[in-house]
Ligand binder design. Sequence first.
Ligand code: MD5
Ligand code: FE
Length: 202
Amino acid sequence: WREQIVPGAVVMHGFVRDHGPELLAAVRGVVAQVPWRHMTTPGGHVMSVAMSWCGNGWSSDSRGYRYSARDPRSGKRWPPIPEILLALADEAAQQAGFAPFVPDSCLMNRYDPGSKLSLHQDKDEHDFGSPIVSVSLGLPAVFQFGGLQRSDRARRIPLAHGDVVVWGGPSRLCFHGIMPVKEGYHSLVGPHRINITLRKAL
Ligand code: MD5
Ligand code: FE
């Protein structure tokens, strides 16, 4: 079923529940080329979430975070976004009421038990007019969804394997985070939560 949290933010419960194996194969294909890594924040903290990516990749340096088509170390392009993820992003965005969506960037987050993502805004993309499509696989998590100020009260939204959330319109710049993931084991994914986000970054 579908749930609109605020205008522009739509939770599509179980939208990809039946596609776990293909989606995980796509994740593993990317991770074989861009191994999971723990990024350091500009503030010097090592993130508990491990990340990989394709399309325009994510990198951080002393100036902050940015997206780029190539690995700054090797000069090579990051791997392309797998077709199944492009198709899913477009389908979910359109069903949530957005225009046809062609993402150019895909971040993958792996949460091990205890991993969390502190409250933040996604504002390194150049295009805030496009939505972000987010896919949850594996262990469940509690999503924190706040407002446009860090101090705004955050709602808690449980996310399970197969849920897709489309964040667009007025919700695009809301503060959000993931509470520490509880210990557990998912039959397909193992002791992890994996989140895939599809974005138009450049
Ligand atoms: C996650 N990832 O579950 C989340 C899903 C990230 C991140 O937050 O930055 O990698 S994406 C949730 C999201 C994106 C854009 C806007 C909003 C939420 N929002 O307005 O709440 O690993
Ligand atoms: Fe985010």
